[in-house]
Design a protein around this ligand. Structure first.
Ligand code: GLA
Length: 748
């Protein structure tokens, strides 16, 4: 055996199941210097992300009324008196619900009947509760022996009786899209409570009124999130946010969010009599490409939304014969991006061919895969001929889309190495549209793809365990954090002493290294630590050249300023997050002991808690920390005897004693967790290689597994590791050539 570890350190990270809850970081005392500037970073949210995400762990599937029917038509100014047509009503919506069932769409998963604008004209009663037209639009009705009440509850009851869910619509502002005051701004909680009381299972919140009235989208939508999560009925309702462009607040606010403008339009007068609007290939590609810009913020319970499926619609600008190909491509690419699959065409008029396109269970399974990793484009061998890859929950599997955006049939080749599978092992392939197994291939696969169409494959091969050089010259060991499945951010200290960040989208590193400077003269010392405490949020901790601990937070799309957390620290820090907006930082004090400071969502603890150390109350190097649940933290440190030690916090207190995991390590360790009751430690062995040991759910592995290293099977300094969803981990190290190297692996 051998093993190892070292000096500076790295963090662990992470988040996954974060239940709400307050964790007290009560602690022993503090000795280390104190000092604290409690400029806390970011706005806090009392709402539980895990509760939000649980409302729709997988992308919603269903049907929406907008493109098929439109909303109101008016004679002149938009007033209730001028309404000449209410294009959705009980009869039409029930017919759509019936069609979802009779055409097999419900069985395939399309289970939500979602009303869009036009169900309500903005009227309210004396207590400001919504009132609707119960005479003509939503009257009472009887089916068989059952009579359903007039209004929105009766409709929801009918939808539920069909085994379906019901979705409803409002605007974040007051005025709404048709300027009828059909928005909820002044009545957020009241309206959401009414939707819940009527039995609705999903709410879409538009922003036409919000935009016209100059509402701040982040705070306004956060208020709606709060109303939904705290509705008076305690009802679970999925939240679709419709602001038509990505904003960094969205992944912590809603279950899905529209990333671009409408993919089609209804007629100028608000009707959609022909039902086809002006859906074009160009708009389909526009919404696809915009939606593809933010893959790393998607994950279970929070998804990018490129708008509705217009399967079978007539398309403006292409021949009718291309319609089926384009429909197939839209469903394929939406599935690759784990987008909500909401049918915008009238379900009641869908042809058998369109129904077949929408109900291919193997394609839908890609969309609904439990890992929730959004697929990305991995190559474009020639303009318009694209290869996309999506990591699936089962290790070694990918969904691959060969997408021909041109009007001419063409061969497209996928190189398996581009998808993160090895190029030397056989890959078994299944064509998901034809539902046939193909001969297995090694290295690559080429096939002809018809004009505008998409071939979808499921590939099963061997995960590559090669070290990938992600470039960049660093002067200390790196840190790595992950805010979502199959995505990560790496942090290094450049040769100029500043902090640099680069983002990994699951298949490649995007953009250049971003210079984040440093707290002391634009620099810091040692190894950075980083953790994502929510999708789209990152916290870094570093040791300044003044030996203070410094923290910097990425919130709402930008980095805040460096915050001095004081102390006189003797090595690099570690940082972990038990749940959204909770942070714990760990440092080695000048007395050699471990100290903790915590952010509870509002303030940093004023004192440093002394956690001692395994070797006469001390340890060496830098600590490592990871949190896999609220109320749980696991630490790894190198003792002065060069063994690895572990200590856990749960049940409200630090467990007594440090547990030796043995080894003879040469630098500080890393610790990561792939989920409940799973931990992975990584150390630097005396032979220069990386070694791993896992807690398998009931015991630590007895042996260390050598993982080699990127440069002559060795690396330099301290490893860093993070969970990226499912059983997958990423390890990030500095090669002996000072380059940054990454290795993906599956935890046992
Ligand atoms: C916006 C939305 C559409 C639809 C209409 C209703 O345009 O983006 O999806 O809800 O409003 O007016």
């Amino acid at each position: 055996m051998s093993s190892a570890s070292c000096p500076p350190t790295t963090p662990g990270r992470h988040r996954r199941p974060r239940t709400a809850g307050v964790v007290t970081a009560a602690l022993a005392l503090c000795v280390a210097p104190v000092l604290t500037a409690g400029t806390a970073a970011a706005a806090t949210t009392p709402d539980s992300l895990s509760k939000l995400y649980a409302a729709s762990p997988k992308p919603t599937m269903g049907w929406n009324s907008w493109y098929g029917y439109g909303g109101f038509q008016f004679s002149g100014a938009h007033t209730v008196a001028n309404i000449t047509a209410r294009n959705i009503n009980s009869t039409k919506i029930r017919a759509e619900a019936d069609a979802l069932v009779s055409k097999g769409l419900k069985t395939a998963g399309y289970d939500t009947v979602w009303l869009d604008e036009g169900w309500w004209d903005g009227s309210r009663d004396a207590n400001s509760h919504i009132t609707v037209d119960t005479t003509n639009q939503w009257p009472s009705f009887t089916v068989g022996t059952k009579t359903y009440s007039a209004g929105m509850k009766g409709l929801a009851d009918y939808i539920h009786d069909k085994g379906l869910k019901a979705g409803i619509y409002t605007d974040a502002g007051s005025t709404g899209c048709s300027s009828l005051n059909d928005g909820s701004y002044d009545n957020k909680q009241k309206d959401i409570d009414d939707f819940a009381a009527w039995g609705y299972d999903a709410v879409k919140i538009d922003f036409c009124g919000g935009l016209a009235e100059g509402r701040d989208p982040a705070t306004t939508y956060a208020a709606y999130r709060h109303a939904i999560l705290n509705n008076a009925s305690g009802r679970t309702m999925a939240f679709n946010l419709c602001r038509w462009q990505y904003g960094s607040y969205m992944p912590v606010t809603a279950n899905s969010w529209r990333t671009d403008l409408d993919i089609a339009s209804v007629n100028a007068d608000g009707s959609s009599t022909s039902g086809d609007g002006n859906f074009t290939l160009a708009k389909m590609l526009r919404n696809l490409d915009t939606n593809a810009n933010t893959p790393s913020v998607a994950g279970p319970g929070h998804f990018n939304d490129p708008d509705y499926l217009l399967t079978g619609h007539d398309l403006d600008g292409v021949t009718t014969t291309s319609t089926d190909a384009i429909s197939r491509s839209q469903v394929s690419m939406w599935a690759m991006m784990n987008a909500p699959l909401i049918i915008g065409t009238k379900a009641s008029t869908l042809s058998a061919a369109s129904v077949a396109t929408l109900t291919n269970g193997e394609v839908i399974a890609v969309d609904q895969d439990s890992l929730g990793a959004q697929g990305v484009k991995v190559s474009e061998p020639s303009t318009g001929l694209q290869v996309w890859s999506k990591r699936l929950a089962t290790s070694g599997t990918r969904a691959i889309a060969l997408f021909n955006r041109t009007g001419t049939a063409a061969n497209i080749t996928v190189n398996f190495a581009d998808t993160g599978l090895t190029s030397t092992d056989a890959v078994t392939l299944r064509d998901l549209w034809s539902k046939t197994d193909l001969p297995s291939k090694t290295g690559s696969y080429t096939t002809s793809v018809p004009a505008y169409s998409t071939v979808m494959l499921k590939a099963t091969g061997t995960e590559s365990s090669a070290w990938t050089d992600i470039d960049g010259t660093q002067s200390t060991s790196p840190a790595i954090a992950s805010g979502g499945p199959d995505s990560a951010d790496a942090f290094v200290r450049g040769t100029d002493g500043a902090l640099y960040q680069k983002t990994w989208n699951g298949h490649s590193w995007t953009g250049a290294w971003a210079n984040l400077g440093g707290p002391t003269g634009g620099t810091f010392t040692g190894t950075p630590a980083a953790v994502s405490d929510a999708p789209g949020q990152i916290d870094v901790a570093v040791r300044g050249t003044d030996n203070h601990l410094w923290h910097r937070a990425y919130r709402s799309g930008s980095w805040g300023s460096w915050e001095d957390l004081g102390g006189t620290i003797a090595d690099s820090p570690a940082i972990s997050s038990q749940h959204d907006n909770q942070l714990d930082v760990f440092v080695r004090g000048t007395d050699g002991a471990l100290y903790q400071k915590s952010w509870d969502g509002t303030a940093w603890s004023s004192n440093w808690a002394n956690l001692g150390g395994p070797s006469s109350g001390t340890f060496t190097g830098a600590p490592a920390a990871v949190s896999n649940a609220s109320g749980r933290i696991d630490l790894a440190v190198r003792g002065t005897d060069n063994q690895l030690y572990h200590r856990a916090y749960y049940g409200g207190s630090w467990q007594a004693g440090w547990e030796s995991l043995g080894g003879s390590i040469t630098d500080s360790p890393a610790i990561a967790s792939t989920g409940a009751n799973r931990w992975n430690v990584f150390v630097h062995g005396t032979d220069g290689a990386l070694y791993q040991k896992n807690w398998n759910g009931s015991a630590w592995d007895s042996n260390w597994t050598s993982l080699g290293g990127p440069t002559s099977s060795t690396f330099s300094g301290t490893p860093s590791a993070v969970s990226i969803g499912g059983s997958r981990l990423l390890v990030n190290v500095r090669g002996t050539d000072d380059h940054n190297y990454l290795k993906g692996m599956t935890s046992s």
